[in-house]
Design a protein around this ligand. Structure first.
Ligand code: AMP
Ligand code: ZN
Length: 480
C-alpha cells in the first residue's frame, strides 16, 4: 500500500513520494501570537499532528517546522499590525505580548497532546535572512522599492495564481481595500514595510527602518530549515490565498527551483453555528474554555471523526456525541481487560484474531487514503462491536490474543493521539468501583423485592450515561 494525499496545488489525489527517500520535510504555518488559541486553530494543528503521526507510523523520518508569527501580520482592512495593535491597547511591549501568548499556545497544544514541532522559528529571529531574501528579489527584478516600502511585482512572476487559481483581473476588480499609492500593480504585495511613526517594530535595512511582510517570513523560514524544496506545506484553507500563493512566488523567484513545495495540504474550517470560528468575528471558544467542559481526548476524537478537508461544526451536541463514542470504544477495552486469562484458543478466538488483523489493515488503508480518520475510526468501531459480543459470551480470553488486541488498540489509537487502553481520566478506576458498588446495592434491593428503589438506581445511572443490563450471568454495565 502506498500513501496517497490530496494535493491542493492540482486538486488531485497523488501518491506521496518525498524528494529524499524516507525523509519528509514539513512546514505548517504557525499562529500569530497576540491572543488566546481557539478551537478553530486547534482543529488545524491537531489534524496536522495526526498527519505527522501517520507519516512516522509509515516509517518516514520527519522534520516538522512550524513558525511563530511575531511580526508583520497585518489586518486586511486597516493595515495595522495585529500584534502592535493589541500591545498598544494593553500598554505592554509587543514582545511581552508575544511571549505571553506563545507560551499559552504551547501550553494549549501540550494539553491537547499535540507533538511539539522540531523547530519553532520566530520571524523576528530571522530579520537578517529576510533582508537578504528581499535584496535578492530586487536584484533579480522581481521586486521594487518606493519610499522605504518594497513590493513584489506580481506581473513578473509568470505562474502567479497556480495554487489558488486566482485571476489577476478578477482580483483587482474585487479588491475591497484601498490600493497603496506606491504599488505598480494593485495586486503587488509588500515584502518590506516602512515603519511609521509609533510602529513598535522596526529594524534597519537598506531601505530604511521597517519590518518584514508576513508572506516573506514563511518563504524564508521554510527554506532555511528544509532546503529550497519542501515536501509538504500546510495550513488551513484561508491561507491558500494570498499567503501561500505569495510564498510560492517569492521562494521560486529567489531559488529558481520548481516546485518550492511538492504537496500543499489545506485543512477545512471549524465552524460554530455554521460560521467560521475566527477572532475577528468574535465567535470563538478558546481551547481553555473547551477543555473546561471536555477532556483533551474528546476534543481530539471530535476532530478525528471528520476528515481534515471537511467542515466540522463545534457544538455541545457534537462534542457530547464525540464523548459518548469515545467512551463506548474505551468501554470495549475495559470489558476485554476484565476477561480472565486462558491458555487455550477457541475457534471463536481464532476468528477474533483474524478480525483484528483485518481491522489493522482497514485502519491503515483508510489512513493511507489521504489521512481518512473517520474511516480509520470506523474500522476500530467495527472491531469493538465484535469484542463486545465476545465479552458478553465469554468470561476468559487467550492471554496472547488479549495482549495483541491491547497492543493494536494502543498503536492505532496512538496515531490519532487517543489513549484507548488507558483508564478514563475522569474518575478512572474509582468511578468504576462506585458503579460496581451501586450495582451490588441494587442487587440486594432486588432480592428484597424493592423494585422501586432498584429502578431508581438504574434510572439515575442512565441519566449519567451508564447503562446497566440484567443478564442470566449477572448484571453488566457500560457507558452509553
Ligand atoms: P492565525 O493565528 O490566525 O494566523 O491562524 C493560525 C492557523 O489556524 C492558520 O493556519 C489558520 O488558517 C488556522 N485557523 C484559524 N481559524 C481556523 C478555523 N476556524 N478552522 C480551522 N483552522 C483555522
Ligand atoms: Zn505561513
Amino acid at each position: 500500500m502506498s500513501l496517497k494525499l490530496y494535493n491542493s496545488l492540482n486538486g488531485k489525489l497523488e501518491e506521496f513520494v518525498p524528494f529524499k527517500k524516507n525523509r519528509v520535510g514539513i512546514y505548517v504555518c504557525g499562529p500569530t501570537v497576540y491572543d488566546w488559541t481557539h478551537v478553530g486553530h486547534a482543529r488545524t494543528y491537531v489534524d496536522f499532528d495526526i498527519i505527522i503521526r501517520w507519516l512516522k507510523y509509515r516509517g518516514f523520518s520527519v522534520t516538522y517546522i512550524q513558525n511563530i508569527t511575531d511580526v508583520g501580520h497585518l489586518r486586511e482592512d486597516t493595515g495595522e499590525d495585529k500584534i502592535g495593535k493589541k500591545s498598544a491597547e494593553e500598554k505592554v511591549h509587543p514582545m511581552m505580548l508575544v511571549e505571553e501568548y506563545m507560551r499559552e499556545y504551547f501550553g494549549d497544544m501540550d494539553r491537547l497532546d499535540v507533538m511539539r514541532p522540531d523547530i519553532s522559528p520566530r520571524a523576528t529571529g530571522h530579520i537578517c535572512e529576510i533582508i537578504e531574501a528581499v535584496k535578492k528579489l530586487i536584484e533579480k527584478g522581481y521586486a521594487y522599492e518606493v519610499n522605504g516600502n518594497v513590493f513584489f511585482d506580481v506581473s513578473k512572476f509568470k505562474n502567479y495564481g497556480k495554487l489558488s487559481k486566482i485571476n489577476l483581473e478578477e482580483m483587482a476588480a474585487g479588491s475591497r481595500f484601498e490600493v497603496h499609492p506606491d504599488k505598480r500593480n494593485p495586486e503587488d504585495f509588500a515584502l518590506w514595510k516602512k515603519a511609521r511613526e509609533g510602529d513598535p517594530f522596526r529594524w534597519q535595512s537598506p531601505w530604511g527602518e521597517g519590518f518584514p511582510g508576513w508572506h516573506i517570513e514563511c518563504s524564508v523560514m521554510s527554506t532555511k530549515y528544509l532546503g529550497d524544496q519542501v515536501d509538504i506545506h500546510g495550513g488551513a484553507r484561508d491561507l491558500k490565498f494570498p499567503h501561500h500563493e505569495n510564498e510560492i512566488a517569492q521562494a521560486e523567484a529567489i531559488t529558481g527551483k520548481k516546485p518550492f513545495v511538492k504537496y500543499w495540504l489545506h485543512t477545512e474550517f471549524l465552524t460554530i453555528n455554521g460560521e467560521k470560528m475566527a477572532k475577528s468575528l468574535g465567535n470563538y471558544v478558546t481551547v481553555r474554555q473547551a477543555l473546561e467542559k471536555y477532556d483533551a481526548e474528546t476534543l481530539r476524537f471530535f476532530f478525528a471523526s471528520t476528515h481534515y478537508r471537511s467542515q466540522i461544526d463545534y457544538s455541545d451536541k457534537n462534542l457530547e456525541q464525540a464523548r459518548r463514542s469515545l467512551e463506548s470504544l474505551k468501554n470495549s477495552v475495559v470489558l476485554l481487560k476484565k476477561l480472565k486469562p486462558a491458555k487455550e484458543k477457541s475457534k471463536q478466538e481464532g476468528e477474533l484474531e483474524r478480525d483484528l488483523k483485518k481491522t489493522k489493515e482497514e485502519f491503515e488503508k483508510a489512513m493511507d487514503d489521504d489521512f481518512n480518520t473517520p474511516g480509520a475510526l470506523a474500522a476500530l468501531f467495527e472491531f469493538s462491536k465484535k469484542l463486545n459480543v465476545f465479552a458478553s459470551q465469554n468470561d476468559s480470553i487467550n492471554t496472547e490474543l488479549k495482549e495483541k488486541i491491547l497492543k493494536t488498540f494502543e498503536e492505532l489509537g496512538g496515531v490519532l493521539g487517543l489513549k484507548l487502553t488507558e483508564e478514563k481520566k475522569a474518575g478512572g478506576e474509582a468511578l468504576e468501583k462506585v458503579i460496581e458498588l451501586l450495582i451490588k446495592a441494587r442487587e440486594e434491593l432486588r432480592k428484597k423485592g424493592d423494585w422501586k428503589a432498584s429502578d431508581e438506581i438504574r434510572a439515575r445511572l442512565k441519566e449519567s450515561g451508564i447503562v446497566i443490563n440484567d443478564e442470566k450471568k449477572g448484571t453488566s454495565w457500560k457507558f452509553e
